[in-house]
Write a protein that binds this ligand. Sequence first.
Ligand code: ADP
Length: 488
Amino acid sequence: MRYILAIDQGTTSTRAILFDENQNVVKVAQKALTNIFPHPGHVEQDAQEIWLSALSVIQEIFYDGKIKAQEVASIGIANQRETTVIWDKESGQPVYNAIVWQSRQSSYIVDRIKKAGYDNLFKEKTGLLLDPYFSFTKIMWLYENIPGLKNNENLLFGTVDTWLLWKLTGGKVHATDVTNASRTGLMNIAKLDWDDELLKLFDIPRSILPEIKDTAADFGKVLEYYFFAYACPIMSLIGDQQAALFGQSCFKRGESKNTYGTGGFLLINTGASLIKSKHDLLSTVAWKIGNEITYALEGSIFVSGSLIQWLRDSLKIIGKAQDSEAIASSIDDNGGVYIVPAFTGMGAPYWDKKARGLICGLTRGSDHRYLVRAALEAMAYQVKDLLDAVEEDIGYKIDSLRVDGGAASNNFLLQFQSDLLQMPIMRKPMQESTALGAARMAGLKAGVYHYEDFTNDTFTAFEPQKDAEMMNLYYQGWLKAVAKCLKD
Ligand code: ADP
């Protein structure tokens, strides 16, 4: 048997997942991570803790000797994107914490760049929007706030893929892949190379940046000492959302997936064409394998499954997230009640930072069931908002949607989503699409997997059961509710 090891380095935990030749999960090890909130709006992690968590989950997979590390053909790493580490290449010590993708600490830098009028240039070159989300302002924040970085020639920058690769290879390889590079705000998305004009503008030295490689490539070998005396090859680095797109077998133009996690991520494969959105969705690299580049459009939803957490932890009207399914199904319709979860403003396609959430349409008969149902419906309406925008951008119709993430286990949500979009919603029995995507990439490169192996996925399909006109009335109600909370 030849195995593929996926490392799924997420925001809340690091996992190692061992797949066999048939893409079945054989073993999983997981370690939780600590988030650090030094000031309001700052989200950081200890980069050494991230590294040690990866080392520890790898050790846990093989420690009992039941499966030999030598049986692993290759390793693939999927990672939380944008999170930024700068370290000293002599000591291997980070100069500061990892600044996490969610962190807003570099907002003031974004404001400065916007004021200088670089919005369009940045968008044009990177496919992104000026926002503290992307790595480059986090790098600038480090240079501006941590003493001793300026003119220090020993520094290296990496997103988490690069940091783990450098550590795993004993400091030999400083590289990233195109998907991760496309989230830094420093890569020219058409040329797939670091953009010298942007580097100059942001005063970031090219010497700290990693080499950009394909998504499936030779990334060097793990130091034997870390891997039970075996120098296992690393053959893929890939951002987590792109990995999920690949794990969901969205290989063709127009194929799309939505993740209903804490937040939501909708990605649409746009094939070899780089599409610039009129609705400010992000253009991103889906993957590059050999000479073939695949792009994607991406829309994120700030509040998705976390709305259910809010019902549970703040309103205390449900005991467990899973209870929401039975409660929402116990009433026939939403009774005109809507929740717009604009807790931190509205993202694509509305882009209104000042918008705040609301609950509307309440009557004397509106009890907790209506709020639960409105919350699940809101998760689905937000996906429709994005898909409608995407269809305008790409000029053709999407005909089905694949789903994953914690809340994708909710049958009410998926049925409602199918009725609302009037298209099949497809859920795989195995929900490990991120890890599977990384394993598939690394397995392809190692010759253990072939594309044909990825075509017989089985899905549970949720087909539309409700009338399109009636669903449109529901949706119009949502649009009216959204209009009430927009401020800009
Ligand atoms: P993360 O984004 O942190 O990886 P997950 O993909 O594990 O999160 O999804 C967790 C989210 O899904 C939580 O916000 C939780 O409220 C929500 N969730 C989990 N199970 C259900 C369910 N059955 N119905 C609705 N929401 C759910």
